[in-house]
Design a protein around this ligand. Structure first.
Ligand SMILES: CC(C)(COP(=O)(O)OP(=O)(O)OC[C@H]1O[C@@H](n2cnc3c(N)ncnc32)[C@H](O)[C@@H]1OP(=O)(O)O)[C@@H](O)C(=O)NCCC(=O)NCCS
Length: 203
């Protein structure tokens, strides 16, 4: 991600503010990643302890192909509600793996994922130079499948693929698919205009 200016990775729309994760988030990330309700369908192993989490963060800071954003709710006094991640970013091919975690249990299954998936995808397509997003979703993770596959329209990929994780449904969404989704959803409900209007702030 060398081509991205870190001071420009701050985004907002009508509902949330996103910024790159930092050291102050380590404890929150640890709490979320070790919570069995949150990590039920996440295949990457949870950190064993805080030292593990700190090591993960150190590695992440030196990693050039992933980007994690903390998500704060504007309506809820800017509290942290979750994070989204882009990993295995391939700048030359313009693709990345994408995931989202509503880590704050109080806000699970209240429609945040439904609005945040398109928000984060739009950030990737509009600002991060990504043209194709892949998501590995556990086959039992119905909330995630409903949003990514049924609502947004990501296509399942069959067969071996570099982004595939064992026993998960691999979904792909190209920029052109996202544009078609955006057009459709804007015609259906005006509320999406503010959600899909992403502003970039300089910090
Ligand atoms: C998966 C996850 C991101 C979904 O986000 P969420 O905020 O909990 O879920 P939502 O409330 O937005 O959506 C859940 C359901 O309501 C539906 N929904 C919500 N708001 C809606 C609306 N306004 N209109 C229509 N449908 C709506 C969704 O389509 C979905 O349908 P379902 O009942 O068939 O499951 C979240 O549960 C999570 O982070 N879980 C833990 C970590 C995880 O598993 N991450 C996914 C990794 S791929």
């Amino acid at each position: 991600m060398d081509f991205l200016n870190p001071s420009r990775l701050y985004f907002s729309n009508s509902i949330v503010i996103l910024r790159p994760i930092n050291e102050d988030d380590i404890q929150t990330l640890f709490n979320w990643r070790t919570d069995p309700i949150i990590n039920k369908y996440l295949t990457s192993p949870a950190p064993k302890n805080m030292q593990d989490q700190r090591q993960w963060f150190w590695k992440y800071q030196h990693d050039t192909d992933s980007l994690f954003f903390m998500i704060r709710s504007r309506a809820l006094d800017n509290i942290k509600i979750g994070y989204c991640l882009f990993s295995k970013i391939d700048g030359s091919k313009g693709c990345a793996e994408f995931g989202i975690v509503i880590g704050n249990k109080d806000y699970l299954h209240q429609g945040f994922g439904h609005k945040l998936m398109p928000t984060c995808m739009k950030i990737a397509y509009q600002y991060l130079g990504i043209h194709t997003l892949y998501s590995n979703v556990h086959s039992q993770n119905l909330a995630c499948l409903t949003v990514v596959q049924n609502f947004i329209g990501s296509e399942p990929i069959i067969g071996p693929h570099p982004y595939r994780k064992d026993n998960e449904v691999l979904l792909r969404l190209d920029l052109s698919d996202f544009e078609a989704f955006e057009e459709k959803i804007l015609l259906k409900n005006e509320k999406w205009r503010n959600i899909l209007f992403i502003e970039q702030a300089e910090m």
